[in-house]
Structure formats: C-alpha cells, structure tokens
Design a binder for this molecule. Structure first.
Ligand SMILES: [Ca+2]
Ligand SMILES: [Ca+2]
Ligand SMILES: [Ca+2]
Length: 200
C-alpha cells in the first residue's frame, strides 16, 4: 500500500513536470528532477512486482506441520525410523502425493542441509541406474538430467564396487560434508526427503 501511494504521487508530480516543461521558462532543474523521479518510478514499479511475487508464495500451504515450507515447495524429512531403499522411499513419497526431492540450486540445497541432521545421508531423487554416471532427477516434475547445479562431495560420485546408482544428501555428517551429495547402493536403507511442488 505504501509503495502504491508513493507510485501514484510520483506519477502526479511527473505529469505536472511534463506539462510545466512545455512552458517558456528555463527548465534545467526541472528536467533533472523529472529524470530522477522517472528513475524512482521505475524502481518502485520493480519493487511492487517483486513484492507481489512474495505475496503469492505466502499463499502456498503444506498438507500439515510435518511438512516444512520453502517458497512454493513443501518438504518432509523422513528419519531413520523409517529408513528405506531408494525405490521404497520414492514410492512412500508418492503415497503422500509428493516424490523424492529434486534440488535445483544452491539456495534449495542450503535450506535442506540446514533443516534437520542425521549421521546418514538422506535419499534424494537422483539416480544413474540406466547409464552409469548419467545422473537424472526422477521427481514429481518428471525426469530431468542433472542441470548446472550439483553438490557432490569430494571424490564422489565414485560408483563404489560398481554398484552405487542413487543419490543422498548429507546434513550433519561431522559438519564437513553437510549439504554435499554422495552416490550409494540403492538397496541401502536410508532416511529420505519427500517434496511437493505447489503451483504459484
Ligand atoms: Ca525442488
Ligand atoms: Ca553409478
Ligand atoms: Ca559413493
């Protein structure tokens, strides 16, 4: 509301100055002021667009308080008490209308790494089962190749014993590997992270 009021006020002043600049007087100061006000007007318009996007994401609601909200995404961290193989974890996420998490960028990775700790890695929706070292996200948003962002731990993925095809993220593992990824045997039983992506 504050921005809207400021925006309207600036529009009135700019309009008045444009009319006034048609007159005979020397208008150097007026031109300079007009330029500054126009600059301010564009800045305010951009701020208004940004804040309307923020308002949209606050409308997003998660199923219940077992889910953590971040932007338009909801995340559920399923702990060691229900440790599962990668495939079972994926199926369990689907049963609650989500899927294993897809981590798109550093901000999302940091959010996930900081929310809850386990000495084990949490399964994420990343696997290279079909073609070795061709990592794919299998998530509620479909299948996507690993994009520009990745956070592999040093010397990972190493496909140990020729049989590590599913991804985990470390949360608190001595603190050192926090937020970093590893490939593990898909049949290991690990905690996992489900994600629901809500439309804005
Ligand atoms: Ca995501
Ligand atoms: Ca592999
Ligand atoms: Ca590994």
């Amino acid at each position: 509301m504050h921005n809207l009021t400021s925006f309207s006020l600036i529009m009135v002043i700019v309009s008045a100055l444009i009319v006034r600049s048609d007159c005979q007087c020397s208008c150097t100061d007026i031109e300079a002021t007009k330029y500054l006000l126009l600059h301010e007007m564009y800045k305010l318009r951009s701020e208004m667009q940004t804040s309307s996007k923020k308002i949209d994401s606050t409308k997003v609601s998660c199923p219940d308080d077992t889910w953590k909200k971040y932007g338009n995404k909801c995340y559920r961290f399923v702990g060691e008490g229900d440790a599962s193989t990668w495939s079972d974890a994926k199926e369990k996420c689907r049963l609650i209308h989500g899927d294993l998490v897809r981590i798109e960028n550093k901000e999302e990775n940091d959010f996930i790494a900081n929310i809850r700790g386990s000495k084990y890695g949490y399964w994420i929706g990343l696997e290279d089962t079909q073609n070795e070292n061709d990592w794919q996200w299998r998530s509620s948003e479909g299948t996507q190749s690993l994009g520009n962002f990745s956070a592999w731990a040093p010397n990972e993925p190493n496909n140990m014993d020729g049989n590590e095809n599913c991804g985990v993220i470390y949360t608190y593992y001595d603190g050192v590997l926090k937020g970093q990824w590893n490939d593990e045997n898909c049949m290991h039983k690990n905690p996992y992270i489900c994600e629901i992506v809500k439309p804005l």
